[in-house]
Design a protein around this ligand. Sequence first.
Ligand SMILES: *Cc1c(COP(=O)(O)O)cnc(C)c1O
Length: 411
Amino acid sequence: MKKVPPTHVPMTQFSTENNCLIVGGIALTRLTQRVGKTPFYAYDRVLLNQRMNTLRNKLPDELHIHYAMKANPMPAVVQHLASLVDGFDLASQREMQVALDTTMAVENISMAGPGKRPEELASAVAAGITVNAESLNELDQIVLQSEKTGVQAEVAIRINPAFELKSSGMKMGGGPKQFGIDEELVPDALQRIQTLGLSFSGLHIYSGSQNLNAESIVETQQKAVELAIQLAPDYPCAMTKLNIGGGFGIPYFPGEQRLDLDYIGEHMANLCNKVKAELGTTQLIIELGRYIVGEAGIYVCRVVDRKISRGQVFLVTDGGLNHHLAATGNFGQIIRKNYPVAIGNKMADKQPEIASVVGPLCTPLDILADKMLLSRAEIGDLVVIYQSGAYGYTASPHQFLSQPEAAEVLV
Ligand SMILES: *Cc1c(COP(=O)(O)O)cnc(C)c1O
C-alpha cells in the first residue's frame, strides 16, 4: 500500500468568500488595497478574542494567563490583549515601554531574561514591575538599583529546574542553561533575598516552548508545582505568584495536530487545588506567547514573477526570509518543512499544481514553500503564509539585502 504523505491541519480559523481569504472580516484583496503595499502581516482581532475565550473556557477560572510579549510585541496587538489577558511577561526595556503604555496594572507585569542591564533594571524597579532574577549577581544588581531609585524591588526567582520539558521544540530548562538560577542554588538565593531585604514575590519556572504533547506539558506543570512546594520552607515570606511557564505549541508542519486543551484543562484543575492546599493564596500563572497570537496572523506577499526551471514551477514573490525567517526554516528548525501556505485570492482551484514560493534575496535559503500543492498562481496573485502571528515580523532580519520593510496591521 502506498503511504499517504502527512498534510497540514486545515486552517479553519479563517473563512473564504468568492474564493478569497477573509481576514478581520475583510476580503484579502481589499485589505491589500487598504494596506497599500505588500508584503504585510495581518493579525485578526476576532481570532485573538476567540483564542482567549477558548483558553478561559477550558482552563480553571482561578488560573492567571499571561502574554509573553516577545511572540508579537506590535503595540496595537499588545494594547488589544491588555483587556483579555491577566498579565504581561516581557524581556526588554522596549517591550516594557509598550506594556506600560497599556492599561495593564504593573503588579501583573514581569520581566525575565538573562543579562538585564543596570539601566533596564532601574526602569523595571522604578516602574514597580516584578523582576525575575536570573542569577545571584543579578540579585545584587537589583538591590543596587533599588537603593538608587529608592523603590523597593519586587523580585521573583527564575529557576532552571533539574527536569526538562519533554517533546518540546525548544528546551529552556534542565541541564546547564543561561536561563534562571539552578534549582540546587535556589535556597541560597532565597536566603540572599531575605538578607538583602528585597520584596519576594515568587517563582518563575519556564522549561520550554512549542510543545504539542498535552501529556508532557501536564507532567512539566506538575513537576514545577512540586518543586515550588518542596522549596516552601525556604521562602522568606508567603509566595504571591507562581509562574509555571507555558510551552503550548501550535501546528506548523504536515502531520502536526492542535494541542489537546481539554486534557490540559482537566489536569490544571487538580493542580490549582493542590496549590491552594499546599501554598495557600499563591496565584498560579501560565505564560503563553505563540498559542495566543500565532494562529491569528498571516503573512502576505505578492507574486512578482512566475518561472519554470527544468520543470519546477517557481513563484517569485516580493517577500521572504528578511520578513519571515521562521517560514523559511531558518529560525530553529533542523530540517526545513513547509508552513501552511495558500494563494489568498484563489483559494479554490480545480487544477492545483506543485510550486515553490521563493523570495527575492540572493540566497538559496529564501524559500517560503518548497514544492507544495497550490492553486495555480500568476504574477500579481497573493501568497498567504498561515500561523504567522508569532515570531514573524520581529524575529526576522529586516535589514538583510536592504529590501523594503513589511507592514503590520491589526484588523
Ligand atoms: C519565549 C518565552 C515564552 C513564550 O513562548 P511561546 O512558545 O511563544 O509560548 C514564555 N516565557 C518565556 C520565559 C519565554 O522566554
